[in-house]
Design a protein around this ligand. Sequence first.
Ligand SMILES: Nc1ncnc2c1ncn2[C@@H]1O[C@H](COP(=O)(O)OP(=O)(O)OP(=O)(O)O)[C@@H](O)[C@H]1O
Ligand SMILES: [Mg+2]
Length: 272
Amino acid sequence: MSIREKVGVDVGGTLIKAAIHTENDWIYQSFPISQIDDVAGWLTKHSDHRSLCLTGGKASLLQSKMSRSDIYFAPEFLASCNGARYLLTMQQTNTLTDFILTNVGTGTSMNLIKGETQQWIGGTGVGGGTIMGLSRLLTGIHDYDRLVKLAASGRRDTVDLTVANIYEGETPPIPGDLTASNFGGLMGQPSTPSSVDQLASVIGLVAETVASLSVFAAKNAHVDHAVYIGSSFVDNSQLSKIVESYSNYCGITPIILHHGQFCGAIGAALEV
Ligand SMILES: Nc1ncnc2c1ncn2[C@@H]1O[C@H](COP(=O)(O)OP(=O)(O)OP(=O)(O)O)[C@@H](O)[C@H]1O
Ligand SMILES: [Mg+2]
């Protein structure tokens, strides 16, 4: 592939995302961080005549593997906020100006975006890396595609405890199908739930944690939308569904951005 125009690369803890701006479109690529040497070679070969901007926690590591000296850098949160603004403008008829941006990467970060301003407001270590790590610990499965496919057929009710489970026939003060305790249903269970059910519950734990924090952040900041990005949503419809339904339940409109995993890379490309 030949790279034209400008290139943004987001070098994260797990994946390297590249966004290549061509004359009238974007080309997207992602690679595991374990292939950083190959990516350095690929970029050196294909981007030497184009502007190149790096972002993400491992941007300097990638730069150190390249011979090129004219590499730009963009701060990670600024790049992902600008990339999200850009994708929203492309994808929404009424462009949102004020929202919480939740990036579910290896870890999860949240920024408050109001107009032209953005501010990091916190995050959680519970994120995509938690899906990978806990799934591996519990089931031995470490292949992302395999684990999200398997999780889709899992049942959380063998692992998690709902509000209705606790109220046992009484009328609960909040909807009975809300989770009362992630993994709390294992107490007193005679048998261990299947691996597939455990995987589904790991995704439930991450989804409910990031959605809860985003909802609290949105209400605290008086905004009514939460925009979710990050590779954790790639092919993971279960994560998306739970995040959407919990956010909606709490009165915050969720938007899971198409191509949202490339926000950082797009934002970096837009800097040059
Ligand atoms: N092919 C894949 N291999 C591994 N993980 C994947 C893959 N596709 C999606 N994921 C999920 O995406 C997560 C990484 O998301 P993302 O690429 O946004 O993070 P990152 O930018 O590398 O990390 P951070 O921003 O925290 O430094 C993984 O933890 C995993 O849950
Ligand atoms: Mg990232």
